[in-house]
Design a protein around this ligand. Structure first.
Ligand SMILES: [Zn+2]
Length: 105
């Protein structure tokens, strides 16, 4: 398998995810305005941001793990059964660790 192209894509996704995480964290730690009405709105958007933050952290971890598997020569191999993961599945989910059969168990 040509992992060079995948690796480049993953590195791009990784820097995008890190940028997104930094954006969200900057918003979460930003100064909050004083009025109570606005604070209520900010609390709601904080909840959205916290979900985004958790999602970005999970994505960064998954991408890093995929890059490690590329370096180890294990990319595209199911971590559960050891079979090759179908190319179409890897295209849709570039950092999946499971083949379709194992993922649907
Ligand atoms: Zn499998």
């Amino acid at each position: 398998m040509d992992t060079g192209r995948v690796e480049a894509e993953l590195r791009e996704k990784l820097s995008e995810a890190i940028r997104q995480l930094e954006d969200v964290q900057a918003r979460l730690r930003g100064a909050h305005s004083a009025s109570f009405g606005e604070q209520a709105i900010e609390r709601e958007s904080d909840e959205v941001d916290e979900k985004l933050e958790a999602g970005a952290i999970r994505e960064i971890d998954a991408i890093k793990a995929a890059l490690e598997r590329i370096e180890a020569g294990k990319y595209g191999i199911c971590t559960s059964c050891g079979d090759e993961i179908a190319a179409a599945r890897l295209q849709a989910l570039p950092y999946t660790t499971l083949c379709i059969a194992c993922a649907s168990k």
